[in-house]
Design a protein around this ligand. Structure first.
Ligand code: GLN
Length: 256
């Protein structure tokens, strides 16, 4: 299973999130602690998305606060560019992921999270069981245009299209994530649906079939598949919950 993380708080370097911690995301790509049978290493691509400038809507960066992404199809540890980039790039809102492709799914840059549109960044850790037949009917509710322009022929890309469809219709981050997880879980029992979605101000995650830990204090929140260090304050979110972290603190709700 892929590993992902999201950070909200005072601007920090990408390096301090991706490389510096003892159990950083880069380390998790080759030595994850907890894969639950979903592969062994996370070698099939990676991505990091961050909000430049103030990171706030209508921010001062000339991009309306939209995030920037850096993704590649290979292992994060062998990327020659990211260490330098991460050392000089600071942001107060970051979403990053390392990918272990599900058997049968292509290894290509466009299949690596974060998926993005406008201010949104999205990641999925897990698998849709019975893919693709189990979710054909759900997918049929999407505009044909969305289906013929899926980022990649993967379960994660379809989940993103389902979440994005709701966001475009005005749903909150939490509504988009929780409704999608419930519907896909009903259509494809046994799926692992660990989603991560941010707009740069708040982040919402679902815990469905795999682990998620949260560390939050004084205006800083870090959500990660595996804690990046042994510092006190990490809290593991129980299965079948959703979490929202943002300016109003951390909220945990039930998914069923
Ligand atoms: N099934 C997704 C993919 O192949 C996510 C994989 C994972 O979480 N390991 O891209």
């Amino acid at each position: 299973m892929c590993r992902h993380l999201a950070y909200l708080g005072p601007p920090v370097t990408l390096r301090s999130l991706l490389y510096d911690p003892p159990h950083s995301l880069v380390r998790q790509s080759w030595a994850p602690r907890d894969m639950r049978g979903g592969g062994t290493v996370n070698v099939d691509g990676f991505g990091v998305g961050w909000y430049p400038g103030t990171g706030r809507p209508g921010g001062d960066d000339g991009r309306g606060g939209a995030p920037v992404r850096y993704r590649r199809a290979g292992p994060i540890w062998s990327d020659p560019t990211l260490p330098e980039l991460a050392g000089v790039t600071t942001s107060g809102a970051v979403l990053a992921a390392v990918r272990s492709a599900t058997v049968g799914m292509p290894v290509q840059e466009s299949a690596a999270a974060p998926f993005a549109e406008g201010r949104w960044l999205f990641s999925h850790n897990g698998v849709v069981r019975g893919w693709p037949d189990s979710v054909v009917e759900l997918a049929g509710g999407l505009p044909v245009r969305d289906l013929v322009t899926l980022d990649a022929p993967t379960d994660s890309a379809l989940l993103w299209a389902l979440v994005r469809h709701r966001l475009r219709a005005g749903a909150s981050l939490a509504e988009a994530v929780t409704t999608t997880v419930r519907q896909v879980a009903a259509a494809a029992p046994g799926s692992r649906l660990n989603l991560l979605l941010t707009d740069g101000v708040s982040v919402v995650a679902s815990v469905w079939g795999h682990a998620l830990s949260v560390r939050a204090d004084d205006g800083t929140a870090l959500l990660a598949s595996e804690p990046v260090d042994d510092a006190p304050g990490w809290r593991e979110v129980p299965d079948r919950r959703w979490v929202r972290a943002g300016p109003d603190g951390v909220h945990v709700g039930e998914l069923e």
